[in-house]
Design a binder for this molecule. Structure first.
Ligand SMILES: Nc1ncnc2c1ncn2[C@@H]1O[C@H](COP(=O)(O)OP(=O)(O)O)[C@@H](O)[C@H]1O
Ligand SMILES: [Mg+2]
Length: 267
């Protein structure tokens, strides 16, 4: 879609209610709007605006494979708006993550249906985690493929991923303890496994904050233990590189401990 068309659509659809400058504050910065801001997504954003869930979409924070994240102004706290692409190529993998999960047994298997369910899954996972006291962005709203959550900022910018964080040894050690504790709580209290845990999906806003929980699996999923193992392997490798020498060992003993609780439950 050419740039002009996007403006035209916005003008046609919103002239009576809202100026396009109010909708998208800095359109020039929306390098990927061609793809994301199609008619359907503009409609969806407009619905969220009418419901007073967001005021304006400001600027992109991240453009990923499956979703783009934008900073948005609301009538309260700033928000991060995660728009899942309806044209995603990882559609097949989405189904696999959902089908074994007892919470999503009867889903609409159309393309849009799967993406909407995926967004709902991330929304539900965030709520469960928040209720159990895990540090995750709090949800604000969900509409179709658009998830609105608290914006996590640090020192006036979007909070950095652990991947790019500068910290000293004591700070890494402290963060490692929190990460282990988080994985344990996720498993024991939420009965979930993150399933994409890495230095990219933990932000730092003065403490670690878990994000990107769309793929997080219920323990009923047949691959949940495999994912737990993978999560712990990936994140402990990162912390080992940051100088936490026993990270791998800590991760293995946590895994054994968690698996043992399942075996106890079965008896
Ligand atoms: N609530 C948030 N507040 C601030 N930044 C965020 C928030 N959620 C996501 N981001 C930023 O957007 C990036 C991508 O979000 P994420 O949920 O990991 O999606 P994906 O990796 O699937 O594209 C994150 O790494 C982070 O930098
Ligand atoms: Mg991510």
């Amino acid at each position: 879609m050419a740039k002009k068309d996007v403006y035209d659509i916005i003008d046609q659809k919103f002239d009576k209610h809202i100026k396009r400058e109010q909708l998208i504050v800095d359109a020039e910065r929306f390098k990927t709007y061609d793809e994301v801001f199609d008619q359907q997504n503009l409609d969806n954003i407009y619905r969220l605006m009418k419901r007073k869930k967001i005021k304006t979409v400001e600027c992109p924070i991240s453009t990923g494979k499956e979703a783009n994240v934008y900073l948005a102004k609301t009538f309260g706290k700033d928000a991060a708006v995660k728009i899942f692409r309806t044209s995603t190529s990882t559609f097949g993998a989405f189904l696999e993550y959902m089908e074994g999960d007892r919470r999503f047994q009867r889903i609409d298997r159309s393309h849009r249906g799967v993406i909407y369910t995926w967004a709902r899954k991330e929304f539900m996972n965030l709520e469960t985690m928040h209720e159990e006291g895990i540090r995750v962005p709090q949800t604000q709203a969900l509409f179709r493929n658009i998830l609105v959550m608290d914006y996590i900022g640090y020192e006036g910018k979007p909070a950095p991923q652990l991947k790019v964080l500068d910290a000293d040894h004591d700070e890494w050690e402290e963060m490692w303890k929190i990460v282990l504790d988080t994985v344990e709580k996720l498993f024991l209290d939420c009965e979930l496994v993150h399933a994409d845990l890495s230095e990219y999906n933990i932000l730092y806003d003065g403490a670690p904050m878990l994000i990107d929980v769309g793929q997080s699996l219920d323990l009923s999923h047949p691959r949940s233990l495999e994912m737990l193992d993978r999560d712990l392997r990936i994140i402990s490798t990162f912390f080992e590189r940051k100088g936490i020498d026993n990270a791998r060992k800590d991760a293995l003993s946590l895994k054994d401990e968690l698996v043992a609780t399942l075996e106890e439950d079965e008896q």
